[in-house]
Design a binder for this molecule. Structure first.
Ligand code: SAH
Length: 378
């Protein structure tokens, strides 16, 4: 794809630019398509169009995802003229690291700058079961959850599939130095992945492909705020990928207060879509439930929640609220978090409390970007 078409595409993707005068616009003249946007089949097609052998696609994938080279020139088993053609046509790096912060617990937070100067964040979390990368799916977000930092300033644009894939590649390259591997991926960074569905699906295919990053479907989690039509579409894909719903409230009225999207997608219809998902895929769903002090964290709320999800193959993940200066929510006291957990357990619900990572480095969604790039989030 030449740079004019790509520039046009990026412009099409820019949906809301709230403060264009504040945004330093780069000369977009030499923008190139990211090579990471291509599925293996698409790469074969491109090669064929260029009069090249399709088997080169697997070789290129090997350089990209196994050897993880940083220049096309290092792809030494490709003919020189093909390397040159690749170099002219595509970018091997569309994200540049502007901040890399490491926390005491090993969490690493990256702030990347995109080709058009917007910034996104990506987080590496260390667990006893492996290394998990939390990726961003959009620049900003238009869902407007009242507790979330990612939505401050609205949506700037969708990410291209390659920009999401490259976040994982960049983190893997950082881990290569220590001989470690990214084993898990969660789509829980900035943005609503189901609002950027096609790019999300392409991203999932590339990182899951055995010749790509080869991250097992069961090691990948996608989280949504609840865009109902996309939940059906996702269920019909019948992937083995883990699926999480940000529920946060046990009834319609409270959910509307916390998440304006609940006005468009009603809770009863949402639960119906979730049931469809669990039946169609045979997989359980994770309900994320943020505990907001004095808002949704009483024992009555826990019991109402248990009734709402009764009979659904599921797991509840309780998230003590992350403090966001621009938002007014306060933390639920520890005792009450445990009481809430016990109340759910008593009703036979599977439940865990989310452990915090990197709280000393603003690792919660959107916080680093909100701090470093004030102009983008206002
Ligand atoms: N847009 C998707 C992906 C984001 S995942 C979604 O809504 O699911 C990030 C998770 O953190 C979501 O469950 C989100 O609701 C939650 N979250 C956002 N801000 C938070 C805060 N201040 N405290 C606790 N959880 C928060």
């Amino acid at each position: 794809m030449n740079s004019d078409i790509l520039n046009k595409r990026i412009n099409e993707l820019v949906e809301h630019i709230n403060t264009p005068e504040k945004r330093k616009k780069k000369e977009n003249s030499n923008l190139k398509e990211s090579i990471y946007t291509f599925t293996l089949d698409e790469l074969k097609e491109w090669l064929q169009e260029q009069g090249e052998k399709p088997f080169r696609a697997a070789q290129i994938y090997d350089w990209l995802y196994n050897k993880r080279v940083k220049t096309f020139d290092e792809m030494t088993n490709l003919p020189k003229q093909l390397r040159e053609k690749l170099n002219e046509s595509f970018a091997l790096s569309t994200l540049s690291t502007i901040v890399k912060q490491e926390s005491k617990d090993g969490t690493i937070k990256f702030l990347f700058e995109l080709q058009d100067n917007y910034s996104i964040e990506t987080v590496l979390m260390r667990h006893d079961y492996g290394n998990s990368v939390c990726v961003t799916s959009q620049v900003g977000c238009r869902i407007g959850c009242t507790f979330c930092a990612s939505t401050l300033g609205g949506l700037k644009r969708h990410l291209l599939a390659g920009e999401i894939v490259e976040q994982v590649v960049k983190v893997q390259q950082a881990l290569d130095e220590a001989g470690e591997r990214v084993s898990h991926v969660v789509v829980m960074g900035i943005g609503e992945p189901f609002d950027n569905f096609d790019a999300l699906m392409k991203f999932l295919r590339v990182i899951n492909h055995e010749k790509g990053l080869n991250i097992g479907a069961r090691h990948i989690t996608v989280s949504t705020s609840g865009i109902i039509p996309k939940i059906y579409q996702f269920a019909d894909e019948k992937l083995q990928i883990n699926f999480a719903l940000s529920l946060h409230a046990p009834n319609q009225e409270l959910r509307e207060r916390l998440m304006p999207i609940a006005r468009a997608y009603k809770l009863d219809q949402l639960m119906e879509a979730i049931r469809y998902y669990t039946e169609k895929t045979g997989r359980r769903v994770t309900f994320e439930y943020g505990l907001f002090g004095g808002v949704n964290d009483s024992i009555e709320h826990a019991e109402e929640l248990a009734n709402l999800i009764k009979g659904i193959k599921c797991h509840v993940n309780l998230i003590p609220v992350n403090y966001v200066p621009e938002r007014n929510y306060v933390r639920t006291p520890r005792n009450q978090i445990f009481a809430f957990e016990r109340a759910l357990k008593k009703k036979g619900i599977n439940v865990t409390i989310r452990r915090e990572h990197g709280s000393d480095i603003d690792a919660a969604c959107g916080q680093l970007r909100a701090k470093e790039r004030v102009h983008e989030t206002r």
